[in-house]
Design a protein around this ligand. Structure first.
Ligand code: ZN
Ligand code: ZN
Ligand code: ZN
Length: 481
């Protein structure tokens, strides 16, 4: 983390942007520290934690850290068809409604000349409908790399790197992604032999529970694991300076607060405002942090029914999930992280602040490329590719989908007349969030994005924004009242 935490409580994340703390004069928000032109890239926000939807894992094999596609076009296709033939089909239905959120745009799209493009693969399609299956040996030779498709070299993908802990769950695009994931999250959440968890059995149960109920639990586990690992590192570096090991009997709240800081960046809306940790660690003491924790727990209890917004999981599920996670990775020194209040808060934060993680598929690009070949060549090439496309059906275009938490983007305030938006450009092929300016933005101006569809009528907008705990008073809303 190279964030610079300033004395006034503001945080400079990249040289062109600044996050101001919430104060009386100005609400917490992201402000431009330089001028931006229309359509200029304002920021690429590295996610703090992200997770691919479990229902999407059969369709796309992506790096577990940066979410780019890995292996090869043949492997992506072969693996999906192979798993389908084995009967692994997690997408009989859309498990969560939000999986379908983004499909509007593609449904409205004009019929293009790409064949069979009625419904896009946004929401995984129904199995075997309109599909002509491939012989088993063809699927296997695609999967194991024996068969090479024409022109696939133009869409080469990074080779697969296995998890250093030896699980068969996580794969990477590079050694550096594997190491970064191991250091930040995965060493505690790996189910392989090298796992640093207390019990891989409990961990396995936790993962299954999340897959069956709400995969946001996986994201919450990542954030907790991130904090524990960061706490450990901070403690080690602190003790290095002192020369001898200090065995602490009680929880070091300021250290835990420091470890939690990157996560607290995202605590902006509603009750989690009050968990914002002091910017200056030396100034923060145990008592004030404890009080904040209490206050937080109390507010959650007070706001209980209000918290139950559409997608908030029933508390029983959260409690079950937390119990399993505790058995798997409990850490005495980070004990406050394992309270149901904090866990509920992390879940709540993701429910409102989470952002769809979408990475376009190179398999789709490949078939579009084949479709665009000059007729003289196309006929011959399609003798090979057409049966494969028929076997995939509409699924050829399924992109990588998941949920991620972007700390800086989640600090951006809402406006129904935003000056920036999240937008994936052609070259953005990983899980980072990209924000571009919709209009010129001057230095010192606040950067705003829209949390909702800003073209909806006034009342509908306010109703949707009520979920975020505020009434919008942007210029557009003021004009319409
Ligand atoms: Zn990667
Ligand atoms: Zn692993
Ligand atoms: Zn508004």
């Amino acid at each position: 983390m190279c964030n610079e935490f300033r004395k006034d409580g503001s945080v400079v994340l990249v040289r062109s942007l600044k996050v101001n703390p919430k104060d009386i004069l100005r609400p917490k928000g992201v402000y431009a520290e330089t001028d931006f032109k229309e359509e200029q890239l304002v920021l690429k926000d590295q996610m703090l934690a992200g997770a691919q939807h479990s229902s999407n894992k059969v369709d796309c094999l992506v790096c577990s850290y940066c979410f780019c596609f890995i292996g090869s076009i043949e492997l992506q296709i072969g693996r999906k068809l192979y798993l389908e033939q084995l009967g692994v089909s997690p997408h009989d239905e859309c498990r969560m409604q939000k999986d379908c959120y983004n499909s509007d745009a593609s449904v409205e799209e004009d019929d293009s000349d790409v064949e069979d493009q009625q419904a896009s693969g946004e929401c995984s399609s129904s199995p075997s409908k309109d599909k002509i299956s491939l012989p088993k040996d063809v699927v296997e030779s695609l999967f194991n790399g024996e068969m090479q498709l024409p022109y696939s070299e133009k869409f080469s993908l990074p080779p697969i790197v296995s998890c250093p802990g030896g699980c068969k769950e996580n794969y990477y695009c590079s050694k550096s992604c594997a190491e970064a994931d191991w250091e930040s999250f995965h060493s505690l959440l790996c189910t392989g032999e090298g796992s640093k968890s207390l019990s891989s059995k409990a961990l396995q149960k936790f993962i299954e529970h999340a897959n069956d109920t709400n995969d946001i639990f996986l994201l919450a586990a990542k954030v907790i694991s991130f904090t524990i690992l960061r706490h450990k590192k901070l403690k080690e570096s602190r003790h290095e300076g002192k020369g001898k090991q200090v065995i602490s009997e009680s929880i070091d709240f300021s250290l835990l607060g420091e470890a939690w800081k990157p996560v607290s960046m995202g605590y902006k809306r509603r009750w989690w405002d009050c968990i914002a940790l002091p910017a200056d660690v030396d100034g923060s003491d145990e008592a004030s942090f404890r009080m904040q924790m209490k206050e937080l727990a109390l507010t959650v209890i007070l706001l209980g029914p209000d918290v139950t917004c559409l997608r908030f999981p029933p508390s029983l599920q959260s409690a079950e999930s937390l119990q399993l996670l505790k058995e798997a990775i409990f850490d005495e020194e980070c004990q406050p992280l394992f309270s149901l209040e904090i866990y509920g808060n992390i879940i709540g934060m993701f429910e409102l602040n989470n952002l769809d993680l979408v990475v376009e598929s190179p398999v789709e690009d490949y078939f579009l490329y084949i479709d665009d070949l000059p007729l003289s060549e196309k006929g011959e090439v399609e003798q090979t590719t057409k049966p494969i496309l028929d076997a995939l059906g509409d699924d050829y275009s399924i992109c990588c989908q998941g949920t991620a938490f972007f700390p800086l983007q989640s600090c951006m305030n809402h406006s129904c007349r935003p000056n920036a938006k999240a937008f994936k450009r052609e070259e953005d092929r990983d899980g980072q969030a990209t924000i571009i300016a919709l209009q010129p933005i001057a230095k010192g101006e606040e950067i705003t994005i829209s949390y909702i569809d800003e073209d909806l009528p006034f009342e509908e907008r306010q109703a949707l924004l009520a979920d975020y705990g505020f009434r919008c008073g942007c210029s557009k809303c003021l004009e319409e009242t």
